[in-house]
Design a protein around this ligand. Structure first.
Ligand code: PEP
Ligand code: MN
Length: 337
């Protein structure tokens, strides 16, 4: 159980009045705008009576959810998350595409043009790569951030890239990275979640390798509780007992999350499949199930990619995939944007 207090105005004075009342009852709480979330076990009858008499408090909601700020129980309207001209969570379904790793300028110039021509609306690429082996290509680092922005700029594509270490956050902000991705391996890196929660950038929060939905939503709550509610959840397949293909795409998560959270839910069929030939079918299924966006790996020459070449589409395959998903989106009253 959690309790959300709403106050009249998020002024320092009002917050201080309520904070000192909560502190005098030994309560653990967290402000997020004009809301204070009180954690379970802290809410006594005596505290409730005192809050009822406090004029700054306009609502006290006792909720069953452990993650109120990201929950539908607290906020019933879907959240619209904007990156440049693109909106996630509305009727449009944006396509984010690009290589697993940013490798060089030629690759990025080619792929940015290919993504725009295929009908993609955001460019992705990893500059800091979470690789299983320390001997695999680790990414170009800061130089990669520059190449990503430079290649996207002439095409007006917002960019998405993964942050692994909070010491690099300033570089992400100074390079004006439009959407910060928190990868599966860092879904429960709580310091990182708190740090991106203090920015005003949209965050793509990927589901952990074997995370439950509850753990995933609580990770999102960390970001929201730190003050940033611009969160996009990304299902990317789960570790599974059967390793025939890379991961098991949890399609059920999409409609289920729609009953739990106001946050948009996008799907990454590439890391789920681990093989390019399976990606289009998973993308179609994701859109049919209500996904609010797709994140797809593609590369000008997948055979020569420095990471995840097996699952990367060629520019032509990306174009075909986008053409294929358009009628599926239309069939459920939505549109690929
Ligand atoms: C990626 O997007 O390149 C990536 C590493 O994804 P994930 O965190 O889902 O493995
Ligand atoms: Mn990858």
């Amino acid at each position: 159980m959690t309790v959300v207090l709403s106050i009249k105005a998020a002024t320092l004075e009002e917050k201080q009045r309520v904070s000192s009342l909560l502190a005098s009852e030994g309560c653990v709480y967290q402000w997020s705008g004009a809301q204070a979330v009180i954690y379970d076990g802290n809410f006594s009858e005596k505290l409730k009576r005192r809050l009822d008499n406090e004029t700054s408090v306009i609502a006290i909601q006792q909720l069953t959810t452990p993650h109120p700020l990201v929950s539908l129980e607290f906020k019933s309207a879907p959240s619209l998350i904007k990156a440049g001209p693109i909106t996630f969570g509305g009727p449009g379904i944006p396509i984010i595409a690009g290589p697993c790793s940013i490798e060089n300028q030629t690759q990025m110039t080619q792929i940015a043009q290919a993504v725009a021509q295929a009908g993609g609306s955001l460019l992705r690429g990893g500059a800091f790569k979470p690789r299983t082996s320390p001997y695999s290509f680790q990414g170009l680092g800061i130089e990669g951030l520059m190449l990503l922005k430079e290649s996207a700029k002439p095409l007006n594509l917002p960019v998405v890239t993964e942050l692994m270490d909070l010491r690099k956050l300033d570089a992400f902000l100074s390079h004006d990275i439009d959407i910060i991705q928190i990868g599966s391996r860092n879904m429960q890196n709580f310091d990182l979640l708190r740090a991106v929660g203090q920015t005003n950038k949209p965050i793509i929060l990927k589901r952990g390798l074997a995370a439950t939905i509850k753990e995933w939503l609580l990770a999102a709550e960390y970001i929201a509780a730190a003050g940033n509610e611009q969160i996009i959840l990304c299902e990317r397949g789960l570790r599974h007992f059967d390793n025939t293909y890379r991961n098991m795409l949890d399609i059920s998560a999409i409609p289920y999350l729609k009953t739990m959270t106001h946050l948009p839910v996008i799907v990454d069929p590439s890391h789920a499949a681990g093989r390019a030939d399976l990606v289009p079918a998973l993308a179609l299924a994701a859109v049919a199930a209500g996904a609010d966006g797709l994140l797809i790996e593609c590369h000008p020459t997948p055979d020569h990619a420095l990471s995840d070449g097996e699952q990367s589409l060629t520019p032509e395959q990306l174009k075909n995939l986008i053409e294929q998903v358009k009628p599926v989106a239309k069939a459920i009253g939505r549109e690929i944007i």
